[in-house]
Design a protein around this ligand. Structure first.
Ligand code: PLP
Length: 381
């Protein structure tokens, strides 16, 4: 039976093998494993690509979020951490790390429901929360560009300005995505990227990056990622060992050259799926906003009437890889119990978690494989 994988990293490696091997070989030659030349080169290249003044390599996307938020606490409050009374608005329909990073930076997450069509935070609900109570406790927003699609950054920037909030974009799933003509990660006060292997730009292990236009945030972030000091032995803040490895930077430099091409492939596969599946009733397809350049980290459909799990099982039997992101919204996780505010009923997030199914969006899928996915879904739906 022909299998269609959700993602096939081996295939991508084969496609870029010469570039990747030669970058890794350079590391073997120079043996500068920590803060070698590849890290600086990657930071410079990505900053240029995003159009930001600074990019700072870190050990993971989670650390990129934590360090950005803590740098903002230092900048805005002169304190190493936020207070538990400081509120940071985010979405409950995201990976755990988004909410966890807010807690680790000392603040309280406020979960605001998502919009039905985009899976991203509903900006009208942000406004509702801010105008309903004591908005002075809210210090910032962490919008997540989920599945590769931008949040409404016009509206989020406007709200942030009105209420004097910072914005840290969670760009873990949207490397190369855009809002209008601006790359994601270049719009807020900072952007947090993940290079986890399955992300649109992924390394051979963990890695992450902070982007910012703000010199002060950049300076503090660089201190925090190396034990909180400017030099090796003069720690000022409680910091981390959160450097990006030279080896990861080398792999990422090689893969970075292919990112736009592969993102474009993802967009084409999305078109094939939408055309091939449009006649099936009971399915809802991802909506691509006209102002967003969607990079389809996931191609996530909705299946109504509690049929999601049985459809997933039937597809599994046919060799079609799928996944459920996310089976539980964050406010259902024990770790956020009593530690977060639920701004409203979060009905859309809960409904999404029952209906979503992500289809194979490996950017090197053959046309035959794409057709097989469509045919298999037609058979089981
Ligand atoms: C992957 C991911 C992260 C965390 O990135 P890591 O590199 O795994 O630490 C954060 N937020 C979102 C939305 C993610 O998908």
């Amino acid at each position: 039976m022909k299998q269609v994988p959700l993602l096939d990293l081996r295939r991508e490696y084969e496609y870029m093998k010469e570039d990747i091997d030669s970058c890794i070989n350079k590391c073997l030659e120079h043996q500068r494993w920590v803060l070698g030349p590849e890290v600086k080169e990657l930071e410079t290249k990505i900053a240029e690509y995003l159009g930001t003044d600074h990019c700072i390599g870190v050990a993971s996307g989670t650390d990129a979020l934590v360090i950005s938020l803590r740098a903002l606490a230092v900048k805005l409050k002169g304190k190493e951490y936020f207070d538990t009374t400081d509120e940071i608005i985010t979405t409950p329909f995201t990976f755990t790390a988004t909410g966890e990073a807010i807690l680790r930076a000392g603040a309280k997450p406020v979960f605001v429901d998502i919009a039905r069509d985009t899976f991203n935070i509903d900006t009208s609900k942000i406004r509702e929360y801010l105008s309903s109570g004591d908005s002075s406790k809210v210090v910032g927003v962490v919008p997540v560009h989920l599945f590769g699609q931008s949040c409404d950054m016009d509206e989020i920037s406007k709200i942030a300005k009105e209420y004097n909030l910072f914005v840290v974009e969670d760009v873990a799933q949207a490397f190369g995505g855009k809002w209008r003509d601006r790359k994601l990660g270049s719009i807020g006060d900072a952007g947090a990227f993940s290079f986890f292997p399955s992300k649109n730009l992924g390394g051979f292990g963990d890695g992450g990056m902070i982007s910012t236009q703000d010199n002060q945030i950049a300076d503090i972030a660089r201190m925090l990622l190396m034990h909180g000091g400017k030099g090796k032995f003069d720690a000022t803040y409680v910091g981390y060992n959160s450097r990006l490895d030279s080896m990861q930077a080398a792999v990422l430099l090689a893969k970075f050259k292919y990112t736009d091409e592969l993102n474009n492939n993802r967009r084409k596969i999305a078109q094939v799926y939408e055309a091939g599946l449009s006649e099936i009733s009971g399915l809802t397809f991802p909506v691509a906003l006209p102002d967003a350049y969607h990079v389809y980290h996931q191609y996530t459909i909705r299946i109504a009437d509690n049929k999601r799990d049985s459809v997933q099982e039937s597809l599994r039997q046919k060799g079609i890889g799928t996944a459920v992101y996310y089976a539980l919204p964050l406010h259902k996780l024990k770790v956020f119990d009593g530690r977060a505010i639920l701004a409203n009923k979060l009905e859309q997030a809960e409904k999404a978690s029952r209906e979503v199914l992500s289809l194979p969006i490996e950017p090197l899928l053959s046309e035959e494989e794409q057709q097989l996915v469509c045919e298999s879904i037609k058979e089981v739906c």
